[in-house]
Each structure stands twice: as C-alpha cells, then as structure tokens.
Design a protein around this ligand. Structure first.
Ligand code: AMP
Length: 209
C-alpha cells in the first residue's frame, strides 16, 4: 500500500501517521523528520536545508525528491509506505508518480487531513516533542505526563511568525495538489478537527473504504 498524507502543517499528519503505520503494515516516511535528522547530524544537505526550514519555506524539490527516492529503495519500504509531508509541490508529486509507476507500485490513496487555518496556529505553537521517545504532545490539548514534561522541546519552526509563513507556503505551493490528486480519483478528505482517537477512526474508515 502506498499512501500520502496531505494537509497543512499542524493538521496532525505526523501524530496520526505514527498511530496508523502498524495497523496498515507500512513504514512511516516523513521528509520533515528526515530533514531534521540531517540538520542534527550536520550533513552538507542538512546545513543547506536548515536555511529554508528556519525561514518557514520549502527545501528545494530536487533535494527532497532525492531523499524520498533513496528511502523508497530500502528493503523495509517494499511492503508499503505512508508518506507524511511529501509531496508538497506539483513537481514533487510528478516525481513521486514517476518513481512509483516506474516500480510498478502506483500510489493507492491520498488522504487530505482538513483543519481550518485558525486552529493551526493554536495547535502548532503549543506543540512539544519528547527528544528521547519522539512522542508529540500539546500543552493544552494533549498535556504530557509530569515525568517527561521538563525535557520536552519546541521545534525551531513552531513559533507563530514561522507558522504563518509555513501556512502561506502550504496554500501557495501544496494546496494545488488537492485538485491534482482529485483528478486522478485518489483523493479522500478526512476531518482533522476534534479528539485524536476520533480522527484516527475516521482515517482508518477512509483508508478501508
Ligand atoms: P514538517 O515536519 O513536515 O512540517 O516539515 C518541516 C519543514 O521541513 C518544512 O517547513 C520544510 O521547510 C521542510 N520540508 C519537509 N518536507 C518537505 C517537502 N516535501 N518539500 C520541501 N520542504 C519540506
């Protein structure tokens, strides 16, 4: 199964992807996570990508397409993948179609996780990550247990001005993927507002349908 999670930053794609991969028997491929790992490792690509990420803009298409193409060639990706945060532009979507069609494993479904802009800023600015486990919490909506609260960190790009820039990038560059995949008959829309368990249930129902 080859799936894409589409939606604005802060829609819950990463959180929901982590919950779903086991049930679906696929691996979670997040370009944001892979780019942050490259930044942390201080690779040449990471250093170049950080400039774009810190500014709230997108990393160039050829860089992210290269990362994803390499990841899709690995053994554990053969059973299926859930792509989270990729593609984010039409050229990325065209490159993905070319890779998957070339491998004889075309994209099955694209799920658009819909959350209105006004909720996004509130969600992202309260988001915190546990650097030890990778678990994601929200200070108000999903408060962390006391034992881990002190070690949580905020992503560098989760501040309000950067969220607004990232939302603008989403509307300008990523939203055109909605009609792109609708025209292929692959788009499902899922309401991303409300308690997380409810969103997970709606996602599973959409994917089974
Ligand atoms: P995310 O964790 O998906 O919100 O991604 C964090 C940041 O990484 C984004 O704001 C971009 O700067 C960069 N990024 C992640 N995925 C992509 C992509 N597919 N294309 C371009 N930039 C990306």
């Amino acid at each position: 199964m080859r799936l894409v999670f589409l939606g604005p930053p802060g829609a819950g794609k990463g959180t929901q992807a982590k919950r779903l991969v086991e049930a679906l028997g696929v691996i979670h491929v997040s370009t944001g996570d892979m780019l942050r790992a490259a930044v942390k490792a201080g690779t040449e690509m990471g250093v170049a990508a950080k400039r774009h990420m810190d500014a709230g803009g997108l990393v160039p298409d050829d860089v992210v397409v290269g990362i994803v193409a390499d990841r899709l060639r690995e053994d554990d990706a053969q059973a299926g993948v859930l792509l989270d945060g990729f593609p984010r532009t039409i050229p990325q979507a065209e490159a993905l179609d070319a890779i998957l069609d070339g491998d004889g494993t075309p994209l099955d479904t694209v799920v658009l996780l819909e959350v209105p802009d006004e909720l996004i800023v509130e969600r992202i600015t309260g988001r915190r990550t546990d650097p030890e486990t990778g678990a994601i919490y929200h200070l108000t909506f999903d408060p962390p247990p006391e034992a881990v609260a002190d070690r949580l960190v905020q992503r560098d790009d989760d501040t309000e001005p950067k969220v607004r820039t990232r939302l603008a990038a989403y509307h300008a560059q990523t939203a055109p993927l909605v009609p792109y995949y609708a025209a292929q008959g692959k788009l499902s829309r899922v309401n991303g507002v409300g308690p997380m368990d409810g969103v997970t249930e709606r996602l599973l129902a959409a994917l089974k349908g």
